[in-house]
Each structure stands twice: as structure tokens, then as C-alpha cells.
Design a protein around this ligand. Structure first.
Ligand code: NAD
Ligand code: USQ
Length: 397
């Protein structure tokens, strides 16, 4: 099966590329390397020493004999080139990771808000139009987010996988309807993912495109069996205040003895998944596409839920590091419960890595090993959701 991996140079895209290549898929990465440019803009680097794309691909070939293609292309700006690529390569499927994915980055300033919307919405729409115009039957798997549902909207009821059955009052009595779960984004980035959902619903209905939308939780961990084969294949590890996600940030902070940066009380509950399970879920999604004419197939791609403070306490217990309660730079509920349905992946055979299994390995093999590369001035989150919100002091000098 031939697959294009859009955003295949990124944190989720690179390990997915290697996993699929390892499993015998013919993989072509499409990426404009914008994430590497944003590192330059923010003056930060991945904690792990990631190598240039050419070296990554040559190393994989050297170790396994397998070829991975690479096209440097901007999905939002280069529609004709992307359409030409589809016509030339005639892929069976596309996995779409190619968006600006950090909520804090998307809230930095007007330029970052506009870039995030332009890049993500135009890119996704271009992908859909190009599939239609190519006339090819290409299945699309998109990486969406749990954040499209918002937090706490439906109380303690489990968040369903994409759709909600509602009762609509009519003069003749109530009728039942299935609707897309109401969108309740918490950042400009999350808002772009809710807009993506409407684009998918339209093109599945109008053009019978076969689309799977994976509502993924926060990905943690770094390595998969393939990225761990050679240091030149190592995956990205973001720890800075914009791109670092909470659990990996805490692991890195523990490794350098920095107090854990809990926002507010840490009462926010979020869903998590290890990167090893992300890549397996993508393969499962590729192997189980919807039929033409089906509605968008939605999976909740999460394995566990935790409160932020529970994560901090778990790591503090293992490592002895302190916990700091900082002013929360985001507009979000002080605390929320989260109950997520995730039957679909379990039914299709996902056997997940739990936090208690993977945590120590991550601290030992990645966070400690590369802690010498950390820039402590980049740890505190500086991006605030609304002007005038308090930012945190630096915790180490
Ligand atoms: P990432 O930033 O590491 O990777 C995204 C990749 O897409 C980068 O290599 C970037 O250069 C590329 N890209 C961005 N815009 C592009 C464009 N216009 N044209 C071509 N390439 C472009 O992000 P990630 O963590 O790997 O996330 C991948 C996807 O998974 C995102 O869509 C994100 O919303 C989703 N997701 C990520 C997480 C997480 O915790 N990392 C959780 C849930 C969902
Ligand atoms: N948080 C802290 N301290 C920190 C960092 C974060 O307390 O140092 C808190 C945040 O306030 C928030 C929670 O931890 O309540 C999660 O923050 P995060 O940065 O780990 O995750 P988020 O911004 O939601 O975004 C990440 C990915 C995004 C993906 C999303 C999945 O960057 O691409 O869509 O996770 S989800 O959260 O399920 O929507």
C-alpha cells in the first residue's frame, strides 16, 4: 500500500513514517519543514538531537534497505504541486499530520493566530480538494484532537467517538438525530481542528471521500522501536513553553531538577497516549477505512486520563523534584473531569502502553540522557490567552 505522510518530519509523523515503512508500506513524506523553522523563530531546539530529513532517510535505508520518499511542499500554499504529486504517485491513502499543532503558539500574538488558521484550514482544504480533483479513491486519515470536544461540556457522561444522539423537540413529539458532537475549542489551534471537522463532513457527504478523523489526546514519550534503532533516527522532544506538552515537559523538568510547572491547581484532566500507541493506531486506522458514502469515521485516540496534578505528584514521587503552582496562562476551567469512550481502537486490538510502564524508561533513556541540551530560559510558558493575564516568574536563574 502506498501512503503519503503529510507532516512526516514532525513528532508524530516521523515515528509513523518509520513504523509504516517497517510494516511494508511504501511511504512518501510530504513536509515543508515549517516546524524546524519555528524552532529557529523561538530560539529553541528539540531536547533530542534530531537530524536533517535527508540524513534520517539515508540512515533508514542503510539499516533496513527500505526507501522512504520525501517531498518538501507547503500544503497550504502549493495546491497545484500537491495535486501533481497525487496524480504522479497515485497513493492508496494519505495520513495528515501537517498542521501547526501548539495551542500556546497559536495564542502568542495576532500573527501566530492568523498563521495557524491560514496554514491549518487551507492545508486541510487543499488536501480534500486535491483528492476530489485527482479522481483517485484515496482514503484520508487525519490527526485531530480531543480538544475539539472541550472539557466538561457534558458533565460526567463519556465523550462519544465523534457523534452524539440528541432528541429534537418537534410539534409532533421528539425525534432522535445523530449530530457531530458540539465543538468547544479552547485555543485558536483547537478551533482549526473543529473547522477541519466540518470540511471533512462536507467532503464525505458531497464527494463520498473516505475519511477517518482521529481525536487524539496528548502524546507523550519519544521513541518507538524504529526511532530507537540508531541515534540518527531519534524523534523530536519538545520541552519549551510553546510546543512542549505537559507530561514530556514534566519528565524533562524532573531530569534537570526544575520545579514542575503546574498551571494553577493542576485540576485539569486530560487524555494521554504514548507515541508507540499513536503509530499503531494510525496503522489500525489505515487498515480499517470507511466505505465510500459513509460518514466520517471518528476514533478517540487515547489510552488513559490523568489530572495534571496527579502526573506531577507521580513524577515528584519517583524523582524527588518539587512541584510549583504557577499562574495559569490559559483560559481554561480550574478543574474538569474527563470520561472518554475509546471502544473502537480496543475492539480493533490496541494493547496500550500505560504511564506506569513507560515513565521511568522515558526519564532514564531520554530526559536524563539529553538534559545537557536543555535551555532553562525556555521552560516557562509565556504565551497568555488574553492580554493582561499574569505570567510566571522564572523558577531557576
Ligand atoms: P509537529 O509540529 O511535530 O509536526 C507537524 C509537521 O507538519 C511538521 O513537521 C511541520 O513541518 C509540518 N507542517 C506543518 N504545516 C505544514 C504545511 N503547510 N505543509 C507541509 N507540512 C507542514 O506536530 P505533531 O506533534 O507531530 O502533531 C501532528 C498532528 O497530530 C497535528 O495535526 C496535531 O494537531 C495532532 N496531534 C498532536 C498531539 C501531540 O501531543 N503532539 C496530540 C493530538 C493531536
Ligand atoms: N499544563 C501545565 N503545565 C505545563 C504545561 C501544560 O499545567 O507546563 C497544563 C495546561 O494548562 C493544560 C494541560 O496541561 O491544562 C495540557 O496542556 P498541553 O500543552 O500538554 O496540551 P494542549 O495544549 O492541549 O495540546 C497538546 C498538543 C495538541 C493536541 C492536544 C491534545 O500540543 O497538538 O491537540 O495536546 S488535547 O489536549 O487532548 O486536546
Amino acid at each position: 500500500m502506498k501512503v503519503l505522510v503529510l507532516g512526516g518530519d514532525g513528532f508524530c509523523g516521523w515515528p509513523t513514517t518509520l513504523h509504516l515503512s517497517d510494516k511494508g508500506y511504501d511511504v512518501i513524506v510530504v513536509d515543508n519543514l515549517s516546524r524546524r523553522e519555528i524552532d529557529l523563530e523561538l530560539e529553541v531546539e528539540s531536547l533530542t538531537p534530531i537530524r536533517p530529513m535527508g540524513e534520517r532517510i539515508r540512515t533508514w535505508k542503510e539499516l533496513t534497505g527500505k526507501e522512504i520518499g520525501f517531498v518538501n511542499l507547503d500544503l497550504a500554499e502549493e495546491y497545484e504541486r500537491f495535486l501533481g504529486l497525487l496524480r504522479d504517485e497515485r497513493p492508496d491513502a494519505i495520513v495528515h499530520f501537517g498542521e501547526q499543532r501548539a495551542a500556546p503558539y497559536s495564542m502568542r500574538n495576532a500573527a501566530a493566530k492568523r498563521y495557524t488558521v491560514d496554514n491549518n484550514v487551507r492545508g486541510t482544504h487543499n488536501v480534500l480538494v486535491a483528492i476530489v480533483e485527482s479522481g483517485l479513491d484515496i482514503a484520508l486519515v487525519h490527526l485531530g484532537t480531543m480538544g475539539v470536544y472541550g472539557y466538561g461540556w457534558s458533565g460526567s457522561a463519556p465523550i462519544p467517538e465523534g457523534y452524539l444522539t440528541v432528541k429534537v423537540p418537534t410539534p409532533d413529539g421528539e425525534i432522535e438525530r445523530e449530530i457531530l458532537h458540539p465543538a468547544n475549542p479552547g485555543s485558536v489551534y483547537h478551533m482549526t481542528k473543529t473547522l477541519d471537522q466540518l470540511l471533512f463532513a462536507f467532503y464525505a457527504k458531497n464527494d463520498q471521500l473516505r475519511i477517518t478523523d482521529l481525536h487524539q489526546g496528548i502524546v507523550w514519550g519519544t521513541q518507538t522501536p524504529q526511532t530507537a534503532l540508531d541515534e540518527r533516527l531519534i524523534n523530536r522532544f519538545d520541552y519549551d513553553g510553546d510546543y512542549g506538552t505537559v507530561l514530556n515537559r514534566f519528565l524533562m523538568q524532573a531530569a534537570i531538577g526544575h520545579p514542575l510547572t503546574v498551571h494553577g491547581t493542576g485540576g485539569q484532566t486530560r487524555a494521554f497516549i504514548h507515541i508507540r500507541d499513536t503509530v499503531r493506531c494510525i496503522q489500525i486506522a489505515l487498515e480499517n477505512p470507511p466505505d465510500r458514502g459513509d460518514q466520517v469515521s471518528v476514533f478517540n485516540q487515547v489510552t488513559e486520563t490523568y489530572r495534571v496534578i496527579e502526573l506531577a505528584e507521580l513524577i515528584a514521587k519517583e524523582t524527588g523534584v518539587e512541584i510549583a503552582h504557577l499562574p495559569n496562562p490559559r483560559r481554561e476551567a480550574v478543574e474538569n473531569d474527563l470520561n472518554v469512550s475509546r471502544e473502537r481502537f480496543i475492539a480493533l486490538g490496541l494493547d496500550a502502553t500505560t504511564l506506569t510502564e513507560g515513565l521511568l524508561e522515558e526519564i532514564r533513556d531520554v530526559a536524563n540522557k539529553y538534559s545537557y541540551r536543555a535551555d532553562t530560559t525556555k521552560i516557562i510558558a509565556r504565551s497568555v490567552w488574553k492580554q493582561g493575564m499574569e505570567t510566571s516568574p522564572d523558577l531557576v536563574s
